[in-house]
Design a protein around this ligand. Sequence first.
Ligand SMILES: [Zn+2]
Ligand SMILES: [Zn+2]
Length: 418
Amino acid sequence: MSETILPELPQELWRAGKLELAHGVQQFLQVIRVATAGLGQYLAEIESRGAKDLYGYGSTAKWFADVAGLSFGEARPVVNRAIALNPTRGLDGTELPAVAPATAAAAAEGAVGDERIQQILDFLASLPLDTSAEDREHAEKTLAELARHAGPRQLAEAEQNLLGWLDPDGAEPKEPEPKQPRRELTLERRKDGFWKLNGLLDDEAGARTAAALEAYAAPRPVDEFGQADLRTKPERLGDAWVDLVDLAIACPDQPGTSGYRTLVHVTIGLDELKSGLGTACVDYVGTMTAREARMAACDCLMLPVVLNAAGEPLDVGRLRRFVTPGQRRALNIRDGGCAFPGCHRPPKNCHAHHIHHWADGGPTDLRNLTLLCGFHHRLIHHGDWQVRMAADGLPEFIPPQYLDPLRQTRRNTLHRAA
Ligand SMILES: [Zn+2]
Ligand SMILES: [Zn+2]
């Protein structure tokens, strides 16, 4: 190591110009930094040989604290920086490379001081454990070059950028346990009254969902009047979704429903329910047309709360509406599925439609009930088609005049054939 020549102090400092002063500060600052780097090399060598063997101290920092008149807390970071910037040897003689060689080079030139060196070392220590050696090396080099001219804030900014580049997901806790499947669903009501369904499913749940939807989303076969299913794929999937929800609601094991297929309330005035005109209130979140409410109330897809003109609840909704499980079983056997001509839907996808609506005084008994799938239930409530009970106790359907000018009655023979 060559002798370091200290800059000469001018004879009369008070005479020095501002440039001379600044230059002097720069010179001594560099000397301090170079000296600190040199001191670090000595400390690293003592660490390599072992302070215990050399001087009988438990650690290099303890020894250095005594020599320099420092507290252990003051001495320790000095020694730690020295070890990080210089190669050392382990007790068994193995070479331990410097953690921050580029920073060490800048320090040896006197270009960076302790504070920026510590900032770089702290950053390197904060990197995720799985950061590759190349990435560490690149980050250290970048910061060391920048630290020659940059202050703490600029260096910190560069560190943030590097961190984003090295570890875009942030510090994630390592999970030793198998991951929980990721399933998320959000359902929110929009201002326009539509509901927005959004979700993210793991592969297994996604595949099951797709299979369940596909099973109900197939296009309806061309019916006997030559009408094809004109629904788009998303529309068919949407209808399939509703079928699945109905199926879940109809399941007697459904939690919290006591076996009834009702979870949602629809509040409607008796006049509106009878006429199908006006609006109804759905579970206090939105409105639906009275015609929709009439259909929903038909098989208690929703629990109707029927109000009189004064807004008081009437018993009519509670007393007349329920199709008992026994009636439903008998209905399933009698109709075998959707009773609409040409429909394949099995009983589990069907509603029990009141031919004469209970709100108009129609009884809830087999002679007034028929199974209809969601689609044909809607169609019947729309009014162009009519359903009535034939003399033999089976439902028959009357097509609208635009389909059959003679309006001859039709029946579904598919379930019976099966
Ligand atoms: Zn109905
Ligand atoms: Zn049907």
